[in-house]
Design a protein around this ligand. Structure first.
Ligand SMILES: [Mg+2]
Length: 226
């Protein structure tokens, strides 16, 4: 048995900026801040991004403000996804079909997105059905904690079928994805389809580094024959 835990943005899809636009739109309208200062998104959880926005603008980083920002974000996201030209990244549909056809591979999500944000994005691109479970960024500012949730979920779902950690892969496009794989002692596959190029990703020392998942052969080899 193998487990593949996928990041979403920059790994499976590009939302064409829809996620950022929906979050910043919600922040602007909810807190009446016309020109919010920019924050880093890539590889971070939605809860962490919200925390930065609150701190930068002197707002309390509490459950109430987070709830208001989150609700506005989820309200806006479908419209933003429809208006922007996002895309499924190269090779993803074919790779998901290949993995889904194997009885010895379990797929899940390990993402900084909210559960509903992940669902809306992946439904928009028609690939939500491949992911029967996931760990999300609603509660945690640190991606390593999302990874710990993901590992617990794998252990709960697979019980005594849970593979050794060297058969559990975390697939993502940022150094944070590699780092969170390390936090749970699992394998890291880094793909240069997000904002980080190969050289940047190499510094985080993933177990495998690929230009994109259209050329996933080297990874599939590591998963062994069917
Ligand atoms: Mg990503």
């Amino acid at each position: 048995m193998y487990v593949a835990l996928f990041d979403i943005d920059g790994t499976l899809i590009s939302s064409g900026g829809a996620g950022g636009a929906a979050l910043m739109g919600s922040f602007r309208d909810t807190f009446a801040i016309r020109d919010p200062r920019p924050v880093k998104f890539s590889g971070r959880t939605d809860r962490a991004i919200a925390g930065d926005l609150f701190q930068l603008h002197g707002l309390e980083n509490n459950a109430e403000n987070w709830g208001r920002l989150r609700d506005g974000y989820l309200d806006r996201l479908p419209n933003e996804l429809g208006q922007r030209t996002g895309t499924i990244l190269p090779g993803i549909e074919s790779l998901l079909e290949t993995l889904d056809a194997r009885a010895d591979i379990v797929m899940g999500l390990l993402t900084g997105n909210l559960p509903d944000g992940a669902r809306l994005k992946l439904e928009h691109f028609g690939i939500y059905q491949y992911f029967p479970f996931g760990a999300f960024g609603e509660l945690h500012e640190n991606r390593d904690d999302v990874a710990r949730d993901a590992l617990r979920m794998v252990q709960q779902r697979l019980a005594d079928q849970t593979p050794a950690q060297d058969r559990i892969w975390v697939i993502g496009d940022t150094p944070f994805d590699v780092q969170c794989a390390r936090a749970i002692g699992c394998q890291a596959l880094a793909v240069a389809t997000g904002v980080h190029d190969r050289d940047e990703l190499a510094l985080s020392e993933p177990d495998l580094l690929l230009d994109d998942l259209d050329n996933a052969g080297p990874w599939l080899q590591q998963l062994g024959p069917r």
